[in-house]
Design a protein around this ligand. Structure first.
Ligand SMILES: C[S@@+](CC[C@H](N)C(=O)[O-])C[C@H]1O[C@@H](n2cnc3c(N)ncnc32)[C@H](O)[C@@H]1O
Length: 443
């Protein structure tokens, strides 16, 4: 009876009247259940109560999109207020007259998403960056023992691999996954590690968060396929994918209340927040972002995995530097980049019934100014020149970091550096760096 009352309460059946309806009895019976005067159901009433509870749970499960129901031809998706495509259009229109727009407007329309997918296919070295993520997975999930007895890899530690720890849930939240190719690899490695360690995880949940619905659907679909085909020793009920269309820079992060572990006791669940592909180098203000946004998602004891572009000794040595030169010949890859950056403004003009403007893209290096405050970093700032109006507006920051100085900067923000990896491009240059960080403090 206690179990029935507790479940009914969680399902929102709180008044005697509601509970009685759930078990198909009169409300006067509920008083006796609550006081403990009646401790069990009679057999027939028990079967009836079971049947109504089952119907309630099945309805909730169907509405929540649990059970990997993409086979039904549906893709469940959450959209946070203020982050829908029409909200972003409105914000673009309101901000276009100022001097900063930023990267969040680049991919929210399907055309921008397609341009991104084209960009990573040509001249972007995406294969090298995917290999870099695989190398990190090997390292971060290493179960080789440290002298203290625990696993050596920081992700293995987070998962409690190789230890007799109580089972926990793991929530993998990716901010700006794009099409989610890196996340798919990370999830695959995590599931393999859980499987090989006779899983001690209560559940594995994946939450991609992006303003681009086109890319988000891809990221979620890939993960759902992965979960449907491989289980990592976890039953389907313990694997979930919740794609969220939300703006992690300007939005309220209301989606945090929908996370699976939000109601768990501290320590029963760990989060791994992924921030890959130099998106940190794209945000307007890193310090504000880490304090005000990441601070809400990454709790003490949780992990943060950041991938960034690395600085060259001199900006002139960076492959992007060539784009700062006027009057250069444009390659196919460079043209894709320019069109991607011009796209939102061109589409805005068309949507507001105005003629295509005279536009150009200017890329310049900024350092030691308000746009690159992390010590050792510099910023390839991408500005759109709107010639008809004689002004420019910033579409994208793309910073390059010194990995050691970035680690120290995170330490000053309350994170411990537990893993570092540098990955190389096809010419053997270290261009991308990974930091595996743990938020300091007691969960
Ligand atoms: C460069 S792309 C993809 C990066 C991807 N993580 C990778 O490693 O290849 C950046 C992604 O972040 C998303 N994004 C940018 N700003 C955002 C914001 N403020 N809120 C949500 N998504 C954002 C974009 O829509 C895009 O899908």
């Amino acid at each position: 009876m206690e179990l029935f009352l507790a479940i009914a309460d969680e399902l929102g059946f709180q008044s005697d009247h509601d509970i009685a309806a759930l078990a198909d009895v009169g409300p006067e019976s509920v008083g006796n259940w609550r006081t403990g005067a009646v401790k069990e159901f009679k057999k027939q009433k028990f079967q009836a109560a079971l049947a109504t509870l089952r119907v309630q749970l099945q309805a909730l499960s169907a509405q929540a999109g649990l059970g990997l129901d993409h086979d039904l031809g549906l893709s469940p998706l959450e959209i946070e207020h203020g982050s829908s495509p029409s909200d972003l259009h409105r914000q673009f229109r309101d901000q276009v007259g100022y001097d900063y727009l930023g990267h969040r407007f680049l991919y929210f329309e399907p055309q921008g998403a397609l341009a991104w997918e084209r960009l990573i296919k040509v001249g972007y070295e995406q294969d090298s960056w995917l290999s870099g993520v695989e190398e990190c997975c090997e390292r971060f999930l290493s179960t080789v023992r440290e002298s203290g007895g625990g696993a050596k890899g920081p992700l293995a530690k987070l998962l409690g691999l190789g230890r007799r720890e109580r089972a926990r849930g793991l929530e993998v939240i990716s901010l700006g996954p794009g099409e989610g190719g890196k996340e798919a690899r990370i999830l695959q490695h995590i599931m393999r590690a859980l499987d090989g360690n006779r899983s001690r995880a209560r559940y594995l949940s994946y939450v991609p968060v992006d303003v681009s619905i086109a890319l988000l659907l891809k990221a979620a679909g890939t993960a759902r396929d992965l979960f449907a085909n491989k289980s990592g020793g976890l039953s389907r009920a313990r694997l979930s994918v919740l794609p969220v269309c939300a703006d992690f820079e300007e939005g309220s992060l209301a989606f945090a209340s929908r996370l699976r572990g939000e109601s768990s006791k501290p320590g029963d669940e760990r989060r791994l927040v992924l921030f890959l592909g130099n998106v940190l180098g794209n945000v307007r203000d890193e310090e504000m972002f880490v304090k005000q946004k990441l601070g809400k998602l990454v709790r003490p004891g949780d992990a943060l995995w950041v991938e960034v572009g690395l600085r060259s000794p001199r900006p002139e040595d960076d492959p992007l530097f060539e784009l700062t030169m006027p009057d250069r010949e444009e390659t196919a890859g460079q043209a894709n980049r320019r069109l991607l950056l011009e796209g939102p403004y061109r589409r805005y003009l068309v949507a507001s019934g105005r003629a295509a403007g005279d536009l150009d893209l200017r890329i310049r290096v900024r350092k030691q100014d308000g746009s690159s405050r992390v010590p050792g970093s510099y910023n390839f700032c991408h500005d759109l020149l709107i010639r008809d109006e004689g002004r420019s507006v910033t579409m994208l920051y793309s910073r390059r970091y010194d990995l050691a100085q970035l680690g120290a900067w995170f330490e000053a923000m309350g994170y411990a550096v537990e893993g570092i990896h540098r990955s190389k491009d096809s010419q053997g240059r270290s261009r991308v760096g990974h930091l595996f960080l743990r938020r300091v403090g007691t969960p």
